[in-house]
Design a protein around this ligand. Structure first.
Ligand code: ZN
Length: 484
């Protein structure tokens, strides 16, 4: 309560001292230079690596240096002389300090803290106009790009009103009614009449509204360079990069996040009034839940390639605010010190370069579903074969037995959140790759946020999630469209 009061006091003081506008409504810094005057950001590009603990940012950068001799684009920004902001963000939601992606994205999408699981939908069924709709009504271009289903929580948090993120058929229907310009990701199951519960053919609906609809990488590159575009490239999420990198067939049909980002930017850049684009590296979160170190690292690197596309796009222009962040920590992985003087760690970590498959693939090979039920009579030899193939790593008989027992849910673990077979496999593999996770769920960590372009200088070093919404509508001068 005292926190709330002092915040209100601050806001009152702010509005008295500084007049109307941004600083009156939020905790953002006042404009300190001509370059950050409201309205200066014609375009907004918002990049989210979903569920990226700070350890994930470091692991991807360590791997990129080791394997490719380059720092990640994200860390390169920090090493550069460009004018950028860097700080921490408090991602708490209305009902928890640990955010889920729906409420987290909604905090940026509508400027309100709502309950976990909801999309721009308050606890009393209030519907808050999401930022993509605000930009659309202001005559700006709108785009969402993700490696998850396009109906998943993070893109939806910028674009959709729904009581539950799980209503993905309804979310797809709402997309078809909202006239956003570019939607690229996975999720055929929610557009295809053979897969939807109501058998509606949403592709036909989109086409009748003037969208080009594409489902392959080639069709994406051959689509007309202007006009509305729906690109759905998989039944569910796009593949993990570890699986993608080892599968020529997937590479032939599936665009990367960077390719989708480039395509979206080319299109949106033709809007005279500017645009908003959200880009999500969504499977970083899934890899963290799964405790899949190789997938985590390579999906974060793929996200970082999209960061590179965006940083190139804004190079030399001063009309685009870029925000680079994550919605919450997840499972907080890290490379631990191993061996005498910790000297074994770098070598162990390097072994991730040889991984051939994700843990999702391991589950499929074992015939195990993400949420169970437990398997019966698992063969330890089979476990060994599958895990050793995926990780290119020899494990011991004892370790294979532990994994077998975890598939059978017949294993004692001290922390229940690590009872998933994936957590047990990753614990075994940590003996060989050095990367360990604290659990299988999101965490309350304050998250990394970086920004560049007009308005980035207004972000405090420690910022509340909802203030980023205020920043975006103010810098793009679209507040007039923020109510229906
Ligand atoms: Zn998650």
């Amino acid at each position: 309560m005292s926190h709330t009061l002092s915040r209100l006091d601050f806001l009152k003081t702010g509005s008295l001292a500084l007049g109307a506008g941004l600083t009156a409504l939020s905790g953002l810094k006042p404009a300190t230079s001509a370059s950050s005057r409201p309205g200066k950001a014609k375009n907004i590009i918002f990049l989210v690596s979903d569920g990226m603990s700070s350890g994930t940012l470091a692991l991807a950068d360590l791997m990129k240096r080791e394997q490719f001799g380059q720092t990640t684009n994200w860390i390169q920004l920090y090493e550069s002389k460009r004018n950028f902001h860097r700080g921490l963000m408090d991602m708490a939601t209305l009902d928890s300090t640990v955010a889920d992606s729906a409420a987290a994205a909604s905090s940026w999408g509508c400027g309100k803290r709502i309950n976990n699981g909801a999309l721009n939908w308050g606890p009393n069924a209030e519907q808050h106009k999401p930022i993509a709709a605000i930009f659309r009504d202001a005559g700006k271009g709108t785009g969402l790009v993700t490696s998850t289903r396009i109906t998943h929580a993070t893109p939806s948090g910028f674009a959709i009103n729904m009581p539950s993120r799980n209503q993905e058929d309804e979310i797809a229907t709402q997309y078809s009614e909202r006239n956003y310009d570019v939607l690229l990701g996975g999720g055929d199951r929610h557009f295809n009449p053979d897969k939807r519960s109501d058998n509606r053919d949403l592709y036909t609906t989109f086409r009748s509204k003037g969208y080009n609809v594409v489902t392959t990488k080639n069709a994406l590159s051959e689509a007309p360079p202007t006009g509305k575009l729906l690109g759905i490239f998989n039944d569910s999420h796009l593949p993990y990069m570890v699986d993608f990198n080892s599968d020529a067939q997937l590479q032939a049909v599936t665009p990367t996040l960077a390719e989708m980002t480039k395509s979206a930017l080319n299109r949106l850049n033709s809007h005279d009034n500017g645009f908003i684009l959200q880009v999500e590296g969504g499977r970083v979160d899934h890899a963290a839940h799964a405790n899949d170190a190789a997938s985590l690292v390579y999906d974060q690197i793929a996200f970082d390639e999209a960061v590179g596309v965006v940083l190139d796009f804004v190079d030399g222009r001063d009309d685009t605010l870029v925000i680079l962040t994550t919605d919450h920590g997840n499972a907080n992985p890290g490379l631990g010190g191993r061996g005498s003087g910790y000297r074994e760690s770098p070598k162990l970590f390097e072994s991730l370069q040889n991984y051939r498959k994700s843990l999702e693939w391991v589950y499929e090979e074992m015939g195990y579903n993400w949420q169970g039920p437990a398997l019966e009579n698992v063969s330890a030899a089979k476990v060994r074969e599958v895990v050793e193939y995926a990780a290119h790593t020899q494990i011991t008989r004892d370790e294979a037995d532990m994994i077998k027992e975890s598939f059978e849910w017949n294993l004692r673990v001290p922390f229940q959140d690590r009872m998933a077979p994936g957590a047990v496999i990753s614990g075994v593999l940590a003996n060989y790759n050095g990367v360990y996770f604290i659990g299988t769920n999101h965490t309350a960590d304050y998250v990394e946020i970086a920004a560049i372009g007009p308005g980035s200088d207004r972000i405090p070093y420690f910022v509340r999630n909802t203030d980023i919404f205020e920043l975006m509508v103010e810098m793009a001068d679209v507040r007039a469209y923020s109510t229906e």
